[in-house]
Design a protein around this ligand. Structure first.
Ligand code: ADP
Ligand code: MG
Length: 704
């Protein structure tokens, strides 16, 4: 491939204008958008719909079916506010008719003026919503209504209408209009950084087409493909993310080969550096992995190793041994965790080791005051501490290390490849140890982490009772209640996981806010109920998580944000709503969060009668199998055959681990295309290639 086909993206300059240049986005809107990471026009162009409403055709009211979401149009027969006779609560009722039948529209929460201005007897109205029947009459609750518009009209019109992830206080219409404006005025200036031959080989559309149609799918698009994220436009963006990732991995692999790392002296039985100071015996797998690490650290090139092993298999101890080996050589270790809660947890572990182990830990987090921080920084620079534990603060701040010999990154998938690179620069090519509890099959791991050697801990400490897993029918809630009461009464903790945050994502899904309220009503009087989800402020999340970890919060309703590595020994039950929405590997991780103490854990998967038999069968894998790698393999097998589950985010700018599981083929293609480009044009792989670096940057950090 020649260089001229690799167009570096000047377009990002043009589309770098602030979003406020767009129609309908005043300065007031900038804040909520920024919370979503949307600052520039480019950010908005890459803010993709989470789903689409099919408003291509107007359905006749006479042939509506229960549960379908449709567009109707008709004449208003009646429009008025009413009161429920008993409660006195208000509702708004509109009755529509077309030449085939009638439809009732109902609102329980509404702005009266808005509805009254739209609907009065005799006017025409278009409504989009979900149909249900009440005593034989078709109705929609809280439909989206507007005056009928001709086909093809912009944000309010027909066709596939995009639904964007919620932005605080911003109606969908505002987002839609702004995106349309961006498409019209800016998208034409976008040029494609991916070489055309690559796109041709893979049958993918160019960037301009992809951007346009991912926001406004044409009428001929296949609704099912759209829902599954399988249209060419959606695939194109998935490819881009994987392609960028593979380019970066390729660059790193090429870069590291050229460097010298610190050469360490290693005692004959390296595992004893830690093993002698622990209240338990190391498992054979732990001993083996420590030996693999020791061998790397003796060699001339810097270690670059991934340790993967199921939740609870004992990776922290392995990291401690590596830190011990560095300390023996007078070198420091930086241990980076994805959250403060995890950093704190690690710190407490290291603090608990006997002094003889030779480790002097310090915790560096954003939570420290300025004085404390500069005090700590001083002692780190002087080499007084040799295990420096923290979050990204470890490299984003002006921390200087006396002799950084080892970098450990825990729960690796949370850290961008580029962040890894930044931390690298803190020392003279320190050894790098990455730990992950996301078990992935070896072949996939080798593609994804082409720049890493891999050690695997297969078997955790024996004697721990595995988490018992059961499917529970939705109408057998009693059983769950009984279990919860019993466990809570024994002073144990429980987690309830829901797939949605609030009702805005999908009204049919259990959402965590409602769940927390419902649990509060039932258990609140005796046991405190906590709430945790991704839209909460980071400090608030940390606080809740920390209280849970310390056993102070008996019951926690959460989305999947609940931390992977958190060790809450008293948490023994996890109830998962809509488990069919999650991948098996993810469910396995979720259940790994309970039963980490002596007491046996219990995982209840709540299933309803409606879920298809295949989904049930898939869940049964969890009941039978405890081995995370085996589960990941099954998951991949099932998905590889085309069964797709879960809520798909049609592109949030991140490479999600789940997405990688689902895209083994696309990932392999991305890798071979990236390798081809780097081989044919080695200059691209050089760190000084700023153009490429820029493209590797926004939008969205690489997240593997
Ligand atoms: P993870 O691999 O998920 O990070 P941890 O390192 O947090 O797991 O270990 C989970 C628990 O197992 C900790 O309480 C740890 O002290 C304990 N543990 C680790 N290794 C052993 C061992 N060889 N024998 C007994 N318990 C162990
Ligand atoms: Mg861990």
């Amino acid at each position: 491939m020649s260089k001229e086909t690799f167009n570096l993206p000047e377009q990002f300059e043009k589309t770098a204008s602030p979003v406020t240049v767009l129609r309908g986005l005043g300065p007031k809107r900038a804040g909520p958008l920024a919370e979503r990471g949307i600052r520039s026009v480019a950010d908005l162009l890459f803010f993709f719909p989470s789903r689409y409403e099919d408003r291509r055709v107007v359905s006749p009211m006479g042939s509506l079916r229960e549960g379908e979401s449709v567009l109707v149009e008709g004449e208003v027969l009646l429009a008025r506010e009413e009161r429920f006779p008993r409660s006195g609560k208000r509702l708004y009722r509109v009755v529509l008719r077309d030449h085939t039948g009638r439809l009732v529209l109902l609102w329980f929460h509404y702005r009266k003026r808005h509805l009254a201005s739209l609907a009065s007897p005799g006017t025409r109205l278009a409504a989009f919503g979900k149909v249900s029947f009440d005593r034989g009459l078709a109705r929609m609750i809280h439909p989206d209504v507007r005056p009928p518009t001709p086909h093809g009209d912009d944000a309010t019109g027909r066709g596939f209408v995009p639904v964007y992830p919620a932005v605080r206080g911003m109606p969908q219409g505002v987002i839609r209009r702004a995106v349309l404006d961006a498409l019209e005025r800016f998208a034409p200036a976008v040029s494609d950084p991916v070489p055309a031959p690559v796109l041709r080989r893979l049958g993918l559309p160019d960037l301009r087409e992809a951007i346009r149609y991912v926001h406004r799918p044409p009428d001929h698009a296949d609704p099912e493909a759209l829902r599954l994220g399988e249209t060419p436009w959606q695939r194109r963006f998935r490819f881009d993310r994987l392609f960028r990732l593979m380019l970066e991995v390729g660059r790193r692999k090429r870069g590291r080969r050229r460097r010298d790392g610190p050469v360490l002296e290693i005692p004959p039985q390296p595992h004893r550096v830690m093993g002698d100071f622990l209240p338990f015996d190391l498992t054979p797998d732990q001993v083996r992995v420590i030996q693999e690490i020791a061998r790397d650290m003796m060699g001339p090139a810097p270690m670059n190793r991934l340790v993967q092993g199921d939740v609870g298999c004992g990776k922290t101890v392995v990291a401690a041994a590596a830190a011990g080996l560095a300390a023996l050589n007078g070198m420091q270790t930086a241990l980076m965790a994805p959250t403060q809660v995890l950093a704190m947890q690690h710190f407490e572990f290291f603090q608990g080791l006997p002094a003889g182990a030779g480790l002097r830990p310090v915790l560096v987090t954003g939570g420290l005051g300025r004085k404390e921080r500069s005090h700590a920084a001083e002692k780190i620079r002087a080499g007084r501490y040799n295990v420096i534990i923290g979050t990204h603060a470890l490299f984003s701040e002006r921390l200087e290390y006396a002799r950084l010999g080892l970098v450990v990154i825990d729960e690796q998938h949370r850290f961008g490849v580029r962040q890894r690179a930044r931390l690298d620069r803190k020392g003279a090519n320190p050894h790098l140890l990455v730990m992950s509890a996301t078990p992935i099959p070896r072949t996939l791991a080798m593609t994804l982490y082409a720049d890493l050697d891999i050690s695997t801990i297969r078997k955790g400490p024996s004697g721990r009772t595995p988490v018992e897993t059961r499917l529970v029918e939705r109408d057998r809630k009693r059983e769950i209640d009984r279990v919860l009461r019993e466990r809570l009464a024994r002073g144990e903790q429980a987690l309830v996981i829901c797939p949605a945050v609030d009702g805005t994502e999908d009204a049919d899904l259990k959402n965590v806010e409602e769940m927390a309220r419902a649990l509060g009503k039932i258990y609140g009087p005796r046991w405190e109920v906590g709430l945790l989800h991704g839209r909460m402020a980071p400090e608030e999340k940390e606080r809740v998580m920390d209280r849970f970890r310390r056993g102070r919060l008996p019951l926690l309703a959460a989305t999947t944000v609940v931390e992977v590595g958190v060790h809450a020994p008293r948490a023994t039950v996890i109830v998962i709503e809509h488990p069919e929405r999650f991948g098996l590997a993810q469910l396995h991780q979720l259940r790994g969060r309970v039963g980490r103490g002596e007491r046996g854990g219990l995982c209840l998967l709540v299933v309803s009668a409606e879920i298809p038999p295949e989904a049930r069968e898939r869940l049964e894998v969890l009941v039978r199998t405890r081995d995370g790698f085996e589960i990941a393999r099954k998951d991949l097998e099932i998905r590889g055959q085309g069964e797709l589950t879960g809520i798909r985010q049609a592109g949030s700018g991140e490479v999600l681990p789940a997405e990688i599981f689902e895209q083994p083929l696309l990932l392999a293609q991305a890798r071979s295309e990236a390798e081809r480009i780097l081989d044919e044009d080695p200059a691209l792989a050089l760190p000084e290639n700023r153009g490429l670096l820029r493209w590797l940057g926004p939008p969205g950090e690489l997240d593997v």
